[in-house]
Design a protein around this ligand. Sequence first.
Ligand code: NAD
Length: 475
Amino acid sequence: MVTQYKNLINGEMVTTGEWLDVVNPANEEVIGQVPACGQGELDKAVAAARAAFKTWKNTPIEERRAAIMAISGAIKENADELYRLLTSEQGKPHDQAKGEIYGAAGMSAAQSTLELAEEITEDSDTRLSRTRRVPVGVVGGIVPWNFPVMMAVQKIAPAMLSGCTIVLKPSPFTPLTTLRIAELIADKVPAGVVNIITGEDDLGPMITAHPDIDKITFTGSTATGKKIMEGASADLKRITLELGGNDASIVMPDADPKKVAEQLFWASFSNAGQICVAAKRTYIHEDIYDELSQAIADYAKNITVGDGAQQGTGVGPIQNKKQYDRVVELISDAKDNGYKFLTGGDVDPSGTGYYVPITILDNPPEDARIVAEEQFGPVMPLMKFSTEEEAIARANASEYGLAGAVWTADTDNGVKIAEQLETGTVWVNEFLHLSPFAPFGGHKQSGFGAEYGTEGLKEFTYPQVITVKKDNVVA
Ligand code: NAD
């Protein structure tokens, strides 16, 4: 008997009676079912969120913080169960799933401490003017399948803190852990403040179009982000779009190949490369190219691709068949064009599970599809460069602008290079680190707006300026 997971609407765990199957990407077995919601359930969830907003927006901030901490605590207390469930639906190895679960608990706890202080914008002889942040109302949150728990929590926590209520839709590929968390928090959060509903992809446009939702916070592909922007224009909903990336690493000639090989590997292959900010293009200076590319390929040979639930697995399967087919197509295109592989490239489509071998390409051209497109899989093209200016220009020659990194012994110069990269986040000598106190967001077609930090929190509010004339001419 497959476990059935319910939705959270107005504080109750409910179902429609119609179910969607959820598959384990490691073995293609159905491991759970979730409700298939349509317009009717969405309307109920939005009505509950709207009703709850009336009191939640006026609930003292300390109570709102406490409710977020209760969610964080529930996640932490049940981490053992949750990370195993996450691996079974998402595919990532147990240690990485554990990282996501504890990360979600930690990030939400940290976000609960953020402040949105009022600002005095004028205090003159004639007037006192203050700017306060007012919650926008009911938020629609739409989440992808690569970090389902982290992405859900990073929308729920700031929405709650700001005084908004939320209707959240997980990806149909990875809804189970989020719904299990919904069950754990149902009695810890006032009814209607957090609603979590599941459905096929067509539930997304219904959320975007819903007249009683005030804002959409979306994480997912650039293609879907464009549709959301179009849909949200009908009633000018506020939108935050966290979209795709084709993030570049630049490795300067003073980097020690022995020290950076392992880090560069994991910058690209954590979560089987399915990270919006994974290093998807790695530019290595020609002086160290041969040594470093070989060191990365050698390191890769010791990493096991397999079921994330098995001990020793470093890289799990691709999360779903559609994405698997896309990555396989990019690898086939690279083969058809005669690009050189340092390792990997041989996919076995006859097996069970969506496995792609760790694939590293040796200096493919800049216009190769596997370089120019976001692969979102365990694929890493290594490219040679000669000058700093050239590396910066090539890194910036992308429609995306999410993240990037510079690897160098000279961190001052690393910062100078970082300042020239056209991305929302740049790391010097690391990758993937995000802070709950710093804004995370993209430039160009990687989206706009931010999550995390006070800037992220402000996205759930609008500024209201109240100006009082000091010489009261009315009295
Ligand atoms: P996706 O765009 O296919 O789906 C994301 C979510 O949108 C899912 O819940 C899906 O059901 C829903 N959806 C689908 N069609 C919709 C529509 N027309 N209207 C509204 N919602 C709709 O993305 P994905 O394949 O789940 O995720 C992978 C992509 O997400 C990659 O491009 C990756 O780079 C990006 N991503 C970005 C970030 C970031 O923070 N910038 C983080 C993680 C993933």
